[in-house]
Write a protein that binds this ligand. Structure first.
Ligand code: NI
Length: 190
């Protein structure tokens, strides 16, 4: 495994729509391992492949490990309990409600502001073996985190969905990111 450099805002790869994973092979497992190592080392709870420059529909999550700690009886040291989750080719197939809460992103260090998300989602995805699975997430950190990471796979970033544009711009400016440009809204035809 290797901890890789995290791509920050400004790199065009973060705005690209990623490609579907077709092959569930050794190189996919290596990519997932690298993503977990990079995410855990950076104390993130979710991470998408474009954030290490790989434009594929792969994301990893572990929303519990920073808060779930216990004392190891042998070493007497405090350790985290891990609950890793891998979503390949994820698609939100049901969504409802609205939820506003603070978010951050490893590609925008030190930037936090309120973001609008759905309250409840059903996601269809494939696991590391290519098996199709479904996951229901409601009203919690996992629900928000999955939506944030799936956006990464579509070239969308949390700066595109602030609940208060002025708050977002202030947070961005204070972190030294300068101007943030959201892509123009898609034009509906027909
Ligand atoms: Ni992010």
């Amino acid at each position: 495994m290797a901890k890789l450099k995290i791509v920050e805002y400004g790199d065009p790869v973060l705005r690209k729509v990623t490609s579907r994973v077709i092959k569930f092979d050794k190189s996919l497992r290596k990519l997932v391992e690298d993503m977990f190592e990079t995410m855990y080392a950076s104390e993130g709870i979710g991470f998408a492949a474009p954030q290490i420059g790989v434009s594929k529909r792969v994301l990893v999550l572990d929303v519990e490990y920073p808060s779930k700690r216990y004392i190891d009886q042998q070493t007497k040291k405090e350790v985290s309990s891990y609950n890793p989750l891998v979503l390949i080719n994820p698609v939100i197939i049901q969504k409802e409600g609205e939820l506003i809460s603070k978010e951050g992103c490893l590609s925008f260090p030190n930037v936090y502001f309120d973001v609008i998300r759905h309250k409840k989602i059903m996601v269809r995805y494939q696991d590391l073996l290519g098996k199709e699975r479904r996951l229901l997430a409601e009203n919690d950190l996992l629900c928000r985190c999955i939506q944030h990471e799936i956006d990464h796979l579509d070239g969308k970033l949390f700066v595109d969905k602030p609940s208060d544009v002025a708050e977002m711009k202030k947070a961005i400016a204070e972190a030294g990111f300068g101007n943030v440009v959201s892509p123009p809204p898609a034009v509906l035809i027909g």
